[in-house]
Design a protein around this ligand. Structure first.
Ligand code: ADP
Length: 252
């Protein structure tokens, strides 16, 4: 397994109470796999993702990446937050190369790669535009390209479509899914949207209400190879949707 989540727990301490956010979470993500984590609001999904991103430490258990215990932020991992977080005063080009700048990798080969990514995904002619001149879907693609620029093996996506309207969300999730597959990345997506998880992933991990524990893991390999749009039309889509819906219903 490329990513191993071994018995991860998280407790937040405040002066007068403790919040048990996660309890004994264990599952793995194989190289090239797309795994979604769904669960009711407040069950610790974002907490788990920020622990895997190395931005927060677990209270118990550990994360292993490529066989090594994770200690802090790793170059193998790229993190895409909820909002696209493009700086409005920087051009698209200056936004998508920001990660390279921060990691001191702003060299010819990396810049060429970013240029190719922008071209490949239809953003080449917008490189000098400001983010405000682009649609929500295009901005989301830029945010993904910024994350891909440093060539991480693992992408962590925290509700990346939540700020988009429904129609845009459908086409953007198709786009983002295709980019991630084509670039051969391993992805871990956090969402509260069951249809998003079933339309995009190889496996869905269902968490219970707080403290989040693994309630079920669904293997969607029968839908592998289909785009999110094609999956939404597949009979099995509803089977998985209903099964996950019931699990969430019972744990809410
Ligand atoms: P989700 O992403 O599933 O909505 P979160 O991971 O954001 O859930 O939060 C899980 C629980 O932990 C919530 O009850 C939240 O209030 C609490 N929590 C999250 N971050 C902190 C923090 N920094 N300090 C204290 N409590 C926190």
């Amino acid at each position: 397994m490329l990513v191993e989540i071994n018995g991860v727990s998280k407790t937040y301490q405040s002066p007068d109470s403790e919040i048990h956010a996660l309890r004994d979470i264990a599952f793995g993500v194989a190289e090239g796999e797309f795994v979604s984590i769904v669960g009711p609001s407040g069950c610790g999904k974002s907490t788990l993702l920020s622990i895997i991103a190395g931005l927060d430490a677990p209270s118990g258990g550990e994360i292993r990446v490529d066989g090594e215990a994770l200690r802090g932020v790793s170059r193998k991992i790229g993190y895409m937050p909820q909002k696209d977080q493009l700086f409005p005063w920087r051009s698209i080009w200056d936004n998508v190369t920001l990660g390279l700048e921060l990691q001191r990798q702003r060299d010819g080969a990396h810049l060429q790669r970013v240029k190719e990514l922008l071209e490949r995904y239809g953003l080449g002619q917008f490189a000098q535009r400001a983010p405000g001149q682009l649609s929500g879907g295009m901005r989301q693609r830029c945010a993904l390209i910024r994350t891909l620029a440093t060539d991480p093996r693992i992408l962590l996506l925290d509700e990346p479509f939540s700020a988009l309207d429904y129609q845009t969300r459908l086409s953007v999730s198709d786009d983002i899914h295709n980019i991630i597959r084509r670039e051969g990345k391993t992805a871990l997506l956090v969402t509260h949207d069951i249809s998003e998880s079933v339309s995009m992933s190889d496996r869905v991990v269902v968490l219970s209400a707080r403290p989040g524990r693994v309630k079920a893991i669904h293997d969607l390999s029968e839908l592998r190879g289909l785009t999110p749009m094609q999956r939404r039309d597949h009979a099995l889509f509803h089977t998985y949707f209903n099964a996950i819906w019931k699990e969430l219903e019972l744990s809410a």
